[in-house]
Ligand binder design. Structure first.
Ligand code: Q46
Ligand code: ZN
Ligand code: ZN
Length: 325
């Protein structure tokens, strides 16, 4: 297998691009895809302060590395979710990455600062872990970005993530969420600007990027993700992609080009009438936001071990990335 650019030995084949790359040209390909995503969608400008939502996994560390390489003033933020060894190892990977490169990483620990963790929140609320986890992460990253005066929040959602979320939203005709599936969410009162610079890269590509760049990322998947609908949609799309390379890209980018506009009014309507939470000031539909209600309900409870929470067997449903509180 030869590199499509230089004819040297290739280390990766990208069937959807009908191309193979050597290490040097693969890394250049990844940078080019991120630059193109940033430019095509007007995500951010050089010199802006970026807060990267870091989990310690391949996507967020690849994103942070790429943004720094591209000259952005990017700091990271990691949240200790309290999901047993998984959370400890994830945070350790993020800390090691930041220390090795002299980058600034902000750390928040749910149990230490808010008196709960995700397994306990899931057990008490009797909802899937991803429900309280996603909401907590969104709330805290929004708050950190606004309090810290960052221009933009960057998240590591890749093409596989976005295509899977799109499939879920289409299967259930979640029109409000469809109106918010673009790779840029504009700043609004109480919400920072949010961007997804990895939307042109697949999961396999961010993993390969990390390996070639010597980034030691957290390989294990979250133990609470089992039964998550998102994973089933990913598996379904993987099968289709294997038979027809390029399908995920076409599904997502043709949606953006041809249909996303149509759902914007519904997403905008859902944002109307939000008022500041009486407790923390974050925008909410009720008096008190979902985060403060969760802290009120589960804060200070004894930790429930991860093993006692059965992912996917709870009532309720995991909310999608970008859903409002
Ligand atoms: S960490 Fe949290 Fe994810 Fe684990 S509980 Fe679900 S949302 S799967 S990205
Ligand atoms: Zn090459
Ligand atoms: Zn609140």
């Amino acid at each position: 297998m030869k590199c499509t650019v230089c004819r040297g030995p290739a280390v990766i084949d990208l069937r959807r691009h009908n191309a193979n790359f050597c290490p040097e040209h693969f890394l250049r390909f990844c940078r080019d895809q991120v630059v193109r995503a940033i430019d095509d969608h007007g995500m951010m400008a050089p010199g802006q302060r970026v807060l990267v939502a870091v989990s310690g996994g391949k996507d967020s560390l690849a994103l942070w590395d790429l943004l720094v390489e591209l000259g952005y003033d990017a700091e990271g933020m990691v949240i200790g979710l309290g999901i047993g060894d998984y959370s400890d190892a994830s945070t350790a990977a993020a800390v090691a990455f930041a220390e090795q490169r002299g980058l600034r990483l902000h750390r928040i620990d749910l149990r230490g600062e808010y008196g709960y963790d995700i397994p306990t929140a899931s057990a008490v609320t009797r909802r899937v872990p991803c429900s309280s986890c996603g909401m907590s992460k969104r709330h805290l990253i929004d708050k950190a970005a606004l309090d810290g005066g960052y221009d933009v929040v960057a998240t590591g959602h890749n093409l596989d993530d976005e295509a899977a979320v799109l499939l879920g939203n289409v299967l259930h005709w979640q029109t409000e969420y469809l109106g918010r599936q673009e790779p840029v969410l504009a700043e609004r009162p109480g919400f920072p600007r949010k961007v997804k610079p990895l939307v042109r890269l697949a999961e396999r590509e961010t993993a390969a990027y990390c390996v070639l760049r010597g980034i030691d990322y957290m390989v294990e998947e979250c133990p609470m993700a089992a039964g998550n609908r998102h994973l089933r949609y990913k598996a379904a799309l993987d099968e289709i992609e294997a038979a027809s390379p390029g399908t995920k890209h076409a599904f997502y980018f043709e949606f953006l080009a041809r249909a996303a506009d149509r759902f914007r009014p519904e997403a905008a309507a859902a944002q109307e009438g939000l008022t500041p939470c009486t407790s923390c000031g974050a925008p909410t539909t009720g008096e008190v936001c979902a985060f403060c209600r969760l802290v009120e309900r589960v804060g200070g409870r004894e930790p429930v071990p991860v093993e006692l929470v059965r992912p996917g067997r709870r009532r309720g449903k995991a909310r999608k990335a970008g859903a409002a509180t």
